[in-house]
Design a protein around this ligand. Structure first.
Ligand code: SF4
Ligand code: SF4
Length: 495
């Protein structure tokens, strides 16, 4: 066992209101610079929809992430030879049209216009060319027509659905949408790290944050094409690639990352996970539908004496172990099993997890009042968004994974309804608990964590012990293109 600590997160999608406060908090702090105008380290998408950059999930188009070749993992964009061939022209890169042409408005025209009878207007101007432009795309353009066929029909996940399922989705009275906030997943097997010809990207050994060394980056942009989530970006003014840094300077000062702190819906949770780095390769090699479960398996119980002994033997500080024991992320992912990784089939082992939105029809209008569905669990099958779509997003196509999460979330609601409204039969509540596989106390704990918690419970920033930084044990150059982490030996610490 090679036990590592990872600062991980959970985003609870039922709580996201799509306000974009997170995106603005990040933009103002990190990417409000020339050359970074189009960059949104944190962006919020509307699903079903095409996303930012458009169709980022379609790896036939972008060739991001990993694929299994025989018994080995390989970067989908190709090995060393392919990288050299693409240094001067990389066809897998998103273009400015795939993101959007950044724009501003000629605000001065509002105040400097001569007196007249017409209302002055501020025309849109391109932040690239400075010329007037017609705005035809933005970082969440899909939102204006959310749920409609205009964008949703082009969602790579919707294209996979049967004609019948698509028709169900686009029936006007069943139209549905939800928000999907996205940042870098600070993956355990990051394709960006493995793809960089300059060795500029690295995963901090002590907390798993993935960073780009700006001094070493030579702007080859292989990370941009290799990251299947399109979460590294090229700064056209600096000539370097950049990405979400999980606000490590804020965390080192004990503060939550800006997007977490600013989140209006309080959907974001942060905490340490302990995991077995020896299992990375084996986990990433699993079949698509097994990946979510295998990733859960890789995460270790921070109270298990065996795990603790191995962690201490590897030099892990007591403060980090304590932080892992208080981690809300551990509860969501392992203890309660209600948070899943986004697109695990990309095989980067993302360390940001999502509570999927609970979309089944739980009640309908009946003679002016709300009538509960006769059987909540039957209603699961009548989800407004086909389960297959959600399974494609969060479980490598494994519907059972999503169903298991829904059973637990529905059980929380049933138990709460029984307590607050009092119109649920005890037998119904007991059945819900049994199907969820959780007892009453746990369901109550989920309810409290997802509704009533203060920031100090939602966000457990661990002590960032930079003076005890863990060095990578393997030569990342040697493992390039076949391993993202490149750090599976016993950790060497500086002190
Ligand atoms: S591969 Fe993972 S760690 Fe690297 S930029 Fe993409 S999401 Fe972040
Ligand atoms: S700030 Fe929170 S609620 Fe608002 S869009 Fe971002 S993640 Fe969603």
């Amino acid at each position: 066992m090679d036990i590592r600590a990872q600062v991980s997160s959970v985003f609870h999608l039922d709580k996201c209101i799509g306000c974009h406060t997170c995106s603005i908090a990040c933009k103002n702090l990190w990417t409000d610079r020339r050359g970074n105008e189009y960059m949104w380290w944190n962006n919020v998408e509307t699903k079903p929809g095409t996303g930012y950059p458009t169709k980022w999930e379609d790896q036939e188009k972008y060739n991001g992430g990993w694929e299994r070749v025989g018994t080995q993992l390989r970067l989908k964009q190709g090995g060393k030879a392919a990288t050299i061939g693409k240094i001067f022209h990389n066809p897998d890169l998103p273009t400015m049209d795939d993101y959007y042409e950044p724009f501003t408005y000629k605000y001065a025209d509002l105040t400097n216009a001569p007196a007249g009878t017409d209302q002055p207007t501020a025309r849109a101007v391109s932040m690239v060319s400075g010329k007037p432009m017609k705005i035809e795309a933005g970082p969440n353009w899909d939102d204006d027509l959310s749920g409609s066929t205009v964008y949703a029909a082009n969602d790579p996940g919707v294209i996979e659905l049967s004609a019948e399922q698509q028709q169900q989705l686009f029936t006007i009275e069943k139209m549905v949408m939800f928000h999907l906030p996205r940042i870098c997943n600070h993956c355990s097997n990051p394709a960006c790290v493995a793809s960089c010809p300059s060795g500029a990207i690295y995963k901090r050994g002590e907390d798993g944050i993935v960073l780009i060394n700006q001094d070493k980056c030579r702007g080859w942009r292989m990370c941009v094409s290799a990251c299947p989530y399109k979460k590294t970006y090229y700064g056209w003014s600096s000539g370097k690639s950049e990405k979400c840094i999980l606000c490590f300077p804020r965390q080192e000062a004990g503060e939550a990352p800006a997007c977490f702190h600013a989140c209006v819906g309080r959907i974001r949770y942060l905490g340490v996970l302990l995991y077995d780095a020896d299992k990375i390769e084996e986990t990433a090699m699993k079949a698509d539908g097994e990946l979510a479960a295998a990733q859960r398996e890789m995460i270790l119980d921070p109270f298990d004496p065996q795990v603790l002994a191995a962690a201490r033997k590897g030099g892990m500080a007591e403060q980090i172990i304590k932080a892992a024991q208080k981690s809300p992320v551990y509860k969501f992912v392992k203890e309660w099993g209600i948070a899943l990784p986004l697109h695990p089939e990309f095989r980067t082992l993302p360390m940001l997890f999502y509570v999927p939105p609970l979309l089944p029809v739980l009640s309908t209008e009946h003679q002016g009042t709300q009538k509960l569905a006769d059987d909540f669990f039957t209603s699961l099958e009548q989800a407004r968004l086909p389960l297959m779509y959600l399974a494609g997003l969060f479980a490598g196509g494994n519907e059972e994974e999503v169903k298991a999460v829904y059973r637990r979330l529905i059980a929380v609601r049933i138990q709460r309804r029984a307590e607050t409204v009092g119109d649920m039969a005890e037998a119904e509540v007991a059945k819900a608990r049994e199907l969820a596989g959780l007892d009453s106390k746990t369901l109550d704990a989920i309810y409290r964590m997802t509704s009533l918690t203060r920031i100090k419970e939602r966000i457990q920033v661990p002590p960032m012990l930079r003076e005890q930084a863990v060095e990578a044990g393997m030569d990342p150059e040697e493992y390039k293109q076949s391993m993202g982490f490149g750090s599976r030996k016993a950790p060497k610490r500086r002190w």
